[in-house]
Write a protein that binds this ligand. Structure first.
Ligand SMILES: Cc1cc2nc3c(=O)[nH]c(=O)nc-3n(C[C@H](O)[C@H](O)[C@H](O)COP(=O)(O)OP(=O)(O)OC[C@H]3O[C@@H](n4cnc5c(N)ncnc54)[C@H](O)[C@@H]3O)c2cc1C
Length: 457
């Protein structure tokens, strides 16, 4: 087999790898998709990390490209806004967007991954499970695998190797082994623990399923997303060390007392809190910064393998799916008569995606502060009310940053830059004001026209 007849080899049949395999196979490319774990469509496999995920517009675009929208829509749950819970159990609903389609969707990670593997198989990709990528001979275009069931080793040839093997990527490690990449992971000093909120005794959901629930408490928070089986997956984000921390609440009695003070209404919905708290691990969170995503014309990293981020904007998977869309488009643009100019594809992918990956990594970190703290602040709420009003009045020039990230495909870097300009404007317009009716809206609209250029189409 020579390099042009060998398949595109994708390491990792997680969310990005399976989607990319479906997209490229659907376009007639020969693709082999190789996964370390067993086939989750047939075996019970721990999916790792979060049980469910927030899916937004960029993610849907990836699914559209793979023809998977209807399949996923059948089990995705729309969340129209945030339900903010205070310490007394009082709730305030904060709508996410203005239009009916401006919602985010809660999807089950395992089910979504199974769907994508099915779609990739139907599109013609060759799948191999229980095969762990171990090392790579880039010059010889050969990847070495270990069979996880019997320990045997085997090789697969590739035309190009796509590393979609997550934050601990073996492809990235193989690139690093050849030449230092200058990569760095900045771990957050906060971790997370998941807890399941069961349905009520009559089988109905214990809270409003059309919302993402948040218990903002300043330096930490609890959130919960709905599942189709009427449960919610709650996630506690807390410092790892210190006064209020996982270390301090290592003892379940201390954790229970903490919940009684801070999240009493949530605690009341989790009858087996003690068992769950003791059983469920604390997960690490971090931002991967890797200055090199490709190795010549042989290998490219995508998704978390290239740019893992913290989960506070619910965009890691959405960004990974946007990588797949960008890569699919570049491959189409750079392919003539069956020959793909891979160096050009990889260079352009890097140039296009890197500023955007950087921007969403920063916005994800910033959004932790917004979620755990600002949403409960009256000044934030006043600015939020004004930004929705300006978006209603001047939709071609003003879109809240949250909406640009979640409900549009405006590049992340543009969303971040415009978001900063808009925040300055909102601060000026609300300075010295306590109530919405004190703001001169006509003057505010004039300022938007003066200061903001039209949004990109
Ligand atoms: C707590 C938490 C909550 C999150 N919530 C959201 C959210 O709401 N919305 C959102 O968009 N994102 C969210 N994310 C981020 C999201 O999980 C990731 O961005 C996404 O999973 C990245 O997909 P991926 O395919 O790049 O990597 P992964 O999903 O990690 O897939 C990598 C795959 O590669 C396989 N693999 C690994 N090593 C090898 C090897 N050596 N050989 C072969 N296969 C291998 C793995 O088994 C896995 O199947 C969250 C993350 C966390 C931690």
């Amino acid at each position: 087999m020579n390099s042009s007849t060998a398949p595109i080899l994708i390491a990792g049949a997680g969310l990005a790898g399976a989607l990319l395999a479906a997209q490229l196979s659907g376009q007639g490319h020969r693709v082999t998709l190789v996964e370390r774990r067993g086939d989750m469509r047939r075996e019970q496999i721990a999916v790792g990390r979060s049980i469910n995920l927030a899916l937004a517009e960029r993610g849907w675009e990836g699914l559209r490209r793979a023809g998977a929208v209807e399949l996923v829509r059948s089990y995705a749950l729309p969340m129209r806004g945030r339900m903010v819970h205070d310490r007394d159990g009082e709730c305030q609903f904060q709508v996410y967007g203005l239009k009916p389609n401006e919602v985010i969707w809660s999807v089950h990670r395992g089910r979504l991954n199974q769907t994508l593997i099915d779609v990739a198989a139907d599109a013609g990709a060759t799948l191999r499970f229980n095969a762990r990528l171990d090392r790579v001979d880039f010059d010889g275009r050969q990847a070495h695998f270990v069979d996880e069931l019997d320990g045997s080793e085997f090789e697969l040839e590739f035309s190009v190797l796509i590393g979609a093997d997550g934050a601990g990527s073996a492809v990235r490690a193989a690139m690093e082994a050849e030449q230092p990449l200058g990569q760095r992971t900045d771990f957050l000093d906060h971790g997370y623990k998941e807890l399941t909120i069961p349905p009520r005794a009559d089988g109905s959901p214990a809270m409003d399923v059309a919302a993402l629930h948040i218990w903002p408490r300043g330096s930490y928070m609890l959130i919960a997303l709905p599942n189709p089986d009427a449960t919610f997956t709650a996630t506690l984000f807390l410092p790892n060390e210190g006064e209020c921390s996982f270390a301090r609440f290592a003892d379940v009695g201390a954790a229970r007392r903490f919940f009684e003070t801070e999240f009493a209404d949530a605690l009341a919905l989790i009858p087996d809190f003690d068992e769950q708290y003791q059983r469920n691990p604390v997960g690490l969170l971090g931002t991967l910064r890797c200055p090199h995503w490709h190795r010549g014309d042989r290998a490219l990293l995508i998704g978390d393998a290239a740019h893992a981020i913290v989960p506070f904007h619910g965009q890691g998977m959405n960004c990974a799916f946007e990588d797949c869309v960008a890569l699919q488009d570049l491959i189409a643009e750079c392919t003539d008569q069956g020959q793909t100019r891979w160096p050009e594809v990889f260079e352009r992918f890097d140039a296009e995606r890197r500023p955007n990956a950087h921007a969403i990594a920063e916005m994800a970190l910033e959004n932790y502060l917004e979620m755990r703290d600002a949403v409960a602040d009256p000044r934030y709420q006043l600015r939020r009310q004004l930004e929705l009003e300006l978006a209603r009045r001047v939709p071609d020039r003003f879109m809240p940053r949250y909406s640009m990230v979640m409900f549009s495909s405006v590049p992340y870097a543009v969303a971040r830059a415009r978001g900063e300009q808009q925040l300055e404007l909102l601060k000026e317009l609300t300075a010295g004001k306590d109530r919405f009716d004190e703001i001169d809206l006509d003057a505010a609209v004039d300022r938007v026209h003066e200061r903001m250029t039209p949004l990109p189409a």
